[in-house]
Design a protein around this ligand. Sequence first.
Ligand SMILES: Cc1ncc(COP(=O)(O)O)c(C=O)c1O
Length: 388
Amino acid sequence: MRASRRMEEVQTPIIPVVGDLVRSTPGTISLGQGMVAYGPPREALEAIVGVSDDPKTHQYGAVEGTAALRQALAAKLRAENGIAVDDSTRVVVTAGGNMAFFNAVLAVADVGDEIVLQTPYYFNHEMAIGMAGCRAVLVGTDASYQLRLDAIAKAITPRTRAVVTVSPNNPTGAVYPEKALREVNELCRSRGIWHIHDEAYEYFTYGDVKPFSPGSIPGSAPHTISLYSFSKAYGFAGWRIGYMLIPASLEEAVRKIQDTNLICPTIIAQAAALGALRAGASYCKDKVRGMAEVREVARRAFAEISGFCAAPVTDGAFYFFLRIDSPLAPLALVERLVKEFKVAAIPGTAFGIAEGCSLRVAFGALETKTAAEGIGRLVRGLRAIVKG
Ligand SMILES: Cc1ncc(COP(=O)(O)O)c(C=O)c1O
């Protein structure tokens, strides 16, 4: 028996493929997975002490998340994101940012509808759109991975239901300026479509760059969906907590979806998330200062090979997206980098870049020394393979 055609058409996740390669070559440093090296703050773990004694922990909870966590998230959205959470909006806790995105797509789009993604895209966004029976319409970003408003506007058709933006961006690290996000949000409003904005990396910026939340634009609430994740910010990847801010008009749809898929986010993980919010953004921002050192090492190393490798320096997340002047297929290049130089990255094809040879390099999951060693191997490997 075969799987559905819809699922057959969805790309195979690349991370496990590269993970197998890494495992089969001991000693390989992986610049592959988009993770952080740290776990949850002490406050999160303290918050779950005794929670398992409460019988409610073992029962189904509210579909949209516990009242206590939703209130704390509303306060965070007001204070940090400048979003006026009021009667016109709802905070929904999800089992991670990926689930929040899937909820959003199912809530706003019918089978056959189109959703505009910027390339390179976050692969799970493209996959979710395909699984929902919708079509991802791809719009290329510019050479610095910034938005191209005209191209986005041209990509909108009568079937378009939403434009997706991710800032700070996976896989490029690009942080979109306020002006650009305001323009996209206004475009969506004027064309009667949704603006879905993913802020999973909101705390990961360098220098004095600040990300902008389109949900804070007055009048944006009726057509804007904002998505968040605890995975990176609080080292919560295994706890599976994210959340979304939706207009009240989508509440019923999102509740139906989440009731069917999840019933409720895990109660104990929500208690931990409430504790994490007590630690607050400074928990993550301290870690980002350490990442800035690695980013600087990488920036300098990539500058040395700029003759055949473009590595735009962006302001956020923990990625570089390299464009390499080589006829090699990106996966073939990654295989050689692992086998010959014991360093791994993710082929750009996984992010919707079909032409040329591009790689995503992630530096969030490694200690400074290991990351520097990995970047050294990558640069040596690229020189030898591409230029040798
Ligand atoms: C842009 C973006 N959104 C969402 C997620 C998923 O996060 P979560 O673990 O909360 O599902 C990721 C994870 O890499 C991401 O890069």
